[in-house]
Each structure stands twice: as C-alpha cells, then as structure tokens.
Design a protein around this ligand. Structure first.
Ligand SMILES: Nc1ncnc2c1ncn2[C@@H]1O[C@H](COP(=O)(O)OP(=O)(O)OP(=O)(O)O)[C@@H](O)[C@H]1O
Length: 248
C-alpha cells in the first residue's frame, strides 16, 4: 500500500541544515496497524507528514497504491490525500465555535459532499465514537478523550483507507488513552490501515507491528506481535531474569 525507498528530508534554514530523514525505507501493507516510536527529534513527525503528503521530501521514492507521489502536481496530491488519508493530531484541532456535528462536517463541505450524504456520514461517525447524543455540544463541553474521539470521527467521515495519527493520546490520561487506542483498534479491524506515532510504550506494545525511528532512519528492528500479544518474530533477545534474585 505504502512504499518508501531512500526517502530523505533536509530542512534548510539560513544557518542550519537538518537531515530529518535519511535513506528511510518502509513498506506498509494494507490493513496493518503500526506504532512508530523513537527519541524526540528523530524524525517521526517528519515521516508521518511526508506519508500524509503534507510535506514534500527532498529525495527518494514514495509510492502510495502504485502512484508515484513525487510525480503529482499540488492539486493531484491534495486530491489523493482527500481520497485516501485521514489525520489525527495530539492537539485534536477542533474549531471551538462549532459544535461537534459542524466540526465533523467541515472537511466534508470542503470536499463538496452533498448535504444528505454529509448528514449520514456525520451521524454514523459520531455514533461510532460513542458521541451520537452530543452532536450539538461544543468541544469545550467535552473531556479531552471525548474531544479526541470527535477528531477521530472527523477523520473517519472522509472514509480514509489510511489513518495517520501523531501522538493521538499525548494529551490524555492513561484511561482515556486506552479508550482512544481501543477505538483505533476497532477502526483497524474494520479495514483501515493505521500508522500511529506514540511515546507511550504500553500503547506501542498493543500495536501488531512496532517500528522505531532513530536519527532519521528506521532502526534495525521491527517487532511483530499477534493479536494475542505473543511475540512472533522477536528480534531482540529477551533478558533471562531467572538467575537474578528479586530485589526486596
Ligand atoms: N520545519 C522545520 N524546519 C527546520 N527543522 C525542522 C522542521 N521540522 C522539523 N525539523 C527538525 O527535523 C528533525 C526531526 O523532527 P521531527 O519533528 O520529525 O521529530 P520527532 O521524532 O517527531 O520529534 P518529537 O518526538 O519531539 O515530536 C528535528 O531535528 C527537528 O528540529
């Protein structure tokens, strides 16, 4: 579905040149749920923004469903993004003066979807995230977890096959973070491919595949887990603690 080969991204400011990604290679298959971890500043958001075609890359090849993203015009890229990709951000990015219904509606209006179809999708998506009865509420009347669920409904309303989430639980307490993660897992079971950047090791462990970005490159390990959390192909040796006395 997504294939990046030798992707590099250089940010050039007046005085500083930053290699945010270098020779970054990744294949994402349809239906995967991938957690992306790595140190601060290692290039995770840059990768996600390039994957979502929000930012250009400096060199390399990025194919999305057999389309070479590098050959597209700005308008073609925007069309492809609208058709296939949904975004969820740490800060929810809801519009405070609009109620939940209107917030979910904004990108659908922008895409020229007709009123009746908009209504159907908005109601279905708010229902899906458990907020069907709150459509008239303003974002400030909701908890952080509920606001993130509205942001997820807004992303889902565009019917994306590919959902990119940048620290979607970063502003939430652990209970709300788990609820958002459960919702993402359900959306993945329904067929969407998900790539999620997270600093939360517990949430990363729940994802079937973990990748790590270090210094702008994919670190040399990928952990696949089954839905039952059993590690199928561990590439890091488990530490043998059997001889270690338990500390009092
Ligand atoms: N617009 C920009 N202009 C210049 N440098 C940038 C820009 N955006 C990111 N960078 C640099 O690129 C590198 C990678 O940044 P990025 O935001 O992708 O890291 P990250 O892994 O997402 O970090 P964090 O976990 O802290 O969010 C950093 O050194 C950062 O300073």
């Amino acid at each position: 579905m997504l294939s990046m080969k030798n992707i590099s991204k250089v940010y050039q400011t007046e005085k500083v040149r930053t290699h945010a990604l270098r020779d970054f290679d990744l294949q994402v298959n349809e239906g995967e749920f991938i957690a992306v971890t790595g140190p601060s500043g290692s290039g995770k958001t840059t990768f996600l923004n390039i994957a979502g075609m929000l930012e250009p890359y400096t060199s390399g090849e990025y194919m999305l469903d057999d389309v070479n993203v590098g050959t597209l015009s700005d308008n073609q890229r925007a069309d492809l993004r609208n058709q296939k990709i949904g975004f969820i951000f740490q800060g929810f990015n809801l519009i405070p003066d609009l109620n939940l219904y209107e917030n979910v509606e904004v990108p659908l209006r922008y895409r020229g979807i007709k009123t009746a179809e908009r209504k159907r999708r908005i109601e279905e998506c708010l229902e899906k995230v458990g907020l069907g009865s709150r459509a008239k509420h303003l974002p400030q009347q909701l908890s952080g977890g509920q606001q993130q669920r509205v942001a997820i409904a807004r992303a889902l309303a565009g019917q994306p096959r590919f959902l990119l989430a940048d620290e979607p639980t970063g502003n939430l307490d652990s209970l709300m973070a788990r609820q958002v993660m459960e919702l993402l897992e359900e959306i993945n079971r329904d067929g969407a491919t998900i790539v999620m950047v997270t600093h939360d090791p517990e949430l990363a462990r729940r994802a079937p595949r973990n990748i790590q970005v270090v210094d702008g490159q994919l670190a040399d390990f990928t952990l696949y887990q089954s839905r039952e959390k059993e590690i199928i192909t561990p590439s890091i040796k488990p530490i043998d603690l059997s001889n270690n006395p338990v500390e009092a």
